[in-house]
Design a protein around this ligand. Structure first.
Ligand SMILES: [Zn+2]
Length: 202
């Protein structure tokens, strides 16, 4: 901090530079923009942040984000397909391609490639099995990444779903090894989705 700096401003710059894609330089530009637009930006931003902080939560059934004041999309619609992803960003990427318009299930991460996997590691796997049974889902599309952890997770899930009659498919191998869904271009993702293949469990 230099002698001319204001502590409140420095604090804000520090917080904003933690956001993805932003470094200290762009954080400074953002803060300056905010300060120069107190009424138009700071006021509504403060209000909006407080609202999100207070009322946006993770649904403990499907893992999606939802508002405390509304029912989650997973409870108020009939569906026969579920696409399983690791995180919200992956879901947004798949949504943006427009290839799939059905329900999602957000695991909240992957299983480690080693260790005892019986615990499910806090991932929403039991609730996925429940959703499949309860809604007589016809297809579960596994869209976990092609990393070792993603593969481990996908095997664990298809194992957990063995006793249901659901068809389980996995995105085609167009996904580069270790490639995370989030960083795939639309074309690759589109064809990986289109050419998804059934998983044969042993
Ligand atoms: Zn939900």
């Amino acid at each position: 901090m230099n002698s001319n700096s204001v502590k409140e401003i420095e604090d804000l710059i520090k917080i904003i530079s933690k956001l993805p894609g932003l470094g200290p330089k762009s954080a400074k530009r953002i803060v300056l923009k905010l300060i120069n637009n107190r009424e138009e930006l700071i006021k509504p931003l403060t209000k909006s942040l407080a609202q999100v902080y207070k009322s946006v939560v993770r649904c403990d059934i499907c893992g999606n984000l939802k508002s405390l004041n509304t029912n989650c999309i997973c409870t108020n619609k009939k569906y026969d397909q579920i696409c399983v992803v690791e995180n919200i960003a992956d879901m947004w990427v798949i949504e943006s391609t427009g290839i799939y318009k059905g329900q999602y299930h957000i695991l909240g991460g992957t299983l480690p490639s080693f260790e005892n996997k019986n615990s499910g590691n806090g991932l929403l796997i039991d609730s996925l099995v429940n959703r499949v049974k309860k809604n007589s889902v016809k297809e579960v599309i596994l869209a976990t990444s092609a990393s070792v952890e993603g593969e481990t997770t996908s095997h664990y899930i298809s194992d957990s779903l063995k006793n249901t009659k659901v068809k389980i498919t996995r995105l085609a191998k167009g996904v580069p090894v270790g490639g995370e869904i989030e960083f795939l271009d639309d074309g690759t993702l589109f064809s990986a989705f289109k050419n998804r293949a059934p998983i044969v469990s042993d």
